[in-house]
Design a protein around this ligand. Structure first.
Ligand code: TXA
Ligand code: MG
Length: 398
C-alpha cells in the first residue's frame, strides 16, 4: 500500500500550535484559540477532507495531537479498529482511546458522565486528559479490547480536532508507533514505523508535549490515575480533591495481576539497547533536579568505562546541565533539568535516536518524580524494564 504524506504548514494556515501547552507551563488548560472562521480555514478543510473520507471508508490515518502522533480509524467500525491492531502489531486485548472534537460527542459513547468527569472536562478539555467511562451499546468491543468501559479524549491540536469533526465519527487512535517502540513525536517517526501499512500520514510538525495523555478512570467513587501525563496529579487534585494511583504506575506488575489499563502490562517504549536508570540512593531523583548530581555522573562514567572496556557501545541520556560531564560514550541531552516540559518533549526522540545508533547499553540519569516528572519517570522506568542502579553519594554502586 502506498502511504500518502500530507504536509500541513501550521504557520501558513495560521492555526494554533499545540506547543502552547508546553509554553503555558502546564498550569491550566489552554484557551481555545480557534473560532470557526479563522482556524478552520477552507484551506485546512481542503487538506483534511481526504483524511476524513479515508476514515469514513474504514481506512487508517496517522495525525498529530498535542501529546504524540495517533493512528486513527473509525472507532465505531470494528473492522477498521481491527486494522489498527494489525498495522501496529498490537495485542487485541489492549483497548483504544476514542478521540472526539466537542464535549457533546461524549454523550452517545458512554452510559453516564459522572460529576468528577464533568469537572475534569471543564478544566482540561480540550487537552491531554483521557477518561475511562462505562461504554454505551454503540461502542464495539473490537475497540475496547472486550471491556465494558471506553477511554475518551478530546485533543487540543486543531489538526486533530478538525479532522475528527469532518470525519463525523469518534476516531479510535493509539500512538502511531509499531507496538513496543517509543511513541512518535514527529511525522518522520511515524513514517519509519507505518509507511506502507496505512493510507495517510498528516505531517503537522513536531508535537508539543511529547508524552501520551494522562489517563483517569472516573467510573468509581474516587478517580484513579492509570497513566501519568501532562495533566499532572497535582493539577487533578486541584480540581477533584482525592485521586488514587493505580499500582501499575509504581512498579512492575506481578504476573497474576490484571492491570486496569491493559496497555500498562506490556513493556512499552522499549529501546533496543539495555536501558538502565542511575539514581542516587535516598534522593528519589530529587537531588538531581537542579544541577544533576555529581554522584550520578560519577556512577554513569564508571559504568560507561566498564562497558566500553568490554567492547560494547554505550549511550548516555542526560541533560543540558550535565552533558559536558561525560568524556566517553555517545552523549545525548533530553533537555533542561530546569524545564520538565523540555525533557518530556525530547524523551522519545532521543530513545529512538539511540535505536538508530544501535548502542548496546544506555545509562540514563534519573529525574524528580513530581509534576510532569511523574510521567517522565514512568516512561523511563518502563523503558528500562524497571532496571535501576542505585549509587551512594560518591557514585559507588550499591
Ligand atoms: O496521548 C494519547 O493518549 C495518545 C494520542 C494519540 O491521543 N494515544 C495513546 O494511545 O497513547 P495508546 O493506545 O498508545 O494508549 C492507550 C492506553 C493503553 O494503555 C490502554 O490500555 C489504555 O489506554 N486504555 C484504553 N482504553 C481503556 C479502558 N477502557 N480501560 C482502561 N485502560 C484503557
Ligand atoms: Mg502507545
Amino acid at each position: 500500500m502506498d502511504t500518502k504524506v500530507v504536509l500541513i504548514d501550521r504557520e501558513r494556515l495560521g492555526i494554533a500550535d499545540s506547543r502552547k501547552w508546553a509554553e503555558a507551563g502546564l498550569t491550566s488548560a489552554p484557551e481555545r484559540t480557534m473560532d470557526g472562521t479563522e482556524v478552520f480555514s477552507p484551506r485546512l478543510d481542503a487538506l483534511l477532507a481526504e483524511a476524513a473520507q479515508i476514515l469514513r471508508n474504514g481506512g487508517l490515518v496517522a495525525f498529530p495531537t498535542e501529546t504524540v502522533y495517533g493512528l486513527g480509524a473509525n472507532g465505531l467500525d470494528e473492522a477498521a479498529a481491527g486494522r489498527i491492531y494489525k498495522a501496529k502489531g498490537r495485542p487485541s486485548d489492549n483497548p483504544l482511546i476514542l478521540h472526539i472534537s466537542t464535549p457533546e460527542e461524549l454523550v452517545p459513547l458512554v452510559q453516564e458522565v459522572p460529576e468528577t468527569a464533568r469537572k475534569l472536562m471543564e478544566a482540561f478539555w480540550p487537552g491531554p486528559l483521557t477518561m475511562i467511562f462505562e461504554k454505551s451499546g454503540i461502542v464495539p468491543y473490537g475497540t475496547t479490547g472486550g471491556l465494558d468501559t471506553v477511554a475518551v479524549r478530546m485533543p487540543d491540536d486543531p489538526i486533530a480536532s478538525r479532522m475528527i469533526a469532518l470525519a463525523g465519527v469518534p476516531v479510535a487512535a493509539p500512538s502511531a508507533n509499531l507496538s513496543g517502540r517509543p511513541s512518535p513525536t514527529t511525522a518522520q517517526h511515524v513514517i519509519e514505523d507505518m509507511s506502507g501499512r496505512i493510507e495517510m500520514i498528516l505531517d503537522g510538525g513536531p508535537v508539543g508535549i511529547g508524552v501520551e495523555s494522562t489517563i483517569v478512570d472516573v467510573t468509581g467513587s474516587v478517580p484513579v490515575l492509570l497513566r501519568p501525563g501532562a495533566v499532572t496529579m497535582e493539577m487533578l487534585r486541584d480540581i477533584v480533591g482525592e485521586v488514587s494511583v493505580d499500582s501499575a504506575i509504581a512498579g512492575p506488575m506481578a504476573a497474576d495481576v490484571k492491570p486496569k489499563a491493559p496497555g500498562m502490562k506490556y513493556r512499552h517504549y522499549a529501546p533496543r539497547a539495555e536501558l538502565v536508570l542511575v539514581e542516587e540512593a535516598g534522593t528519589d531523583g530529587n537531588k538531581a533536579v537542579v544541577s544533576g548530581s555529581d554522584a550520578i555522573i560519577a556512577a554513569i562514567n564508571r559504568l560507561t568505562r566498564e562497558r566500553l572496556a568490554e567492547g560494547y557501545s554505550v549511550g548516555i541520556l542526560c541533560t543540558d546541565e550535565t552533558k559536558d560531564c561525560y568524556p566517553a560514550g555517545i552523549v545525548r541531552s533530553v533537555g533542561l533539568r530546569a524545564s520538565q516540559e523540555s525533557i518530556a518533549h525530547s524523551l522519545f526522540a532521543v530513545l529512538r535516536e539511540f535505536d538508530d545508533l544501535n548502542v548496546d547499553f544506555i545509562y540514563s540519569e534519573s529525574f524528580a518524580r513530581d509534576h510532569l516528572g511523574q510521567a517522565i519517570m514512568n516512561r523511563l522506568t518502563k523503558a528500562a524494564g524497571y532496571r535501576i542502579i542505585y549509587c551512594d553519594g560518591f557514585g559507588q554502586r550499591l
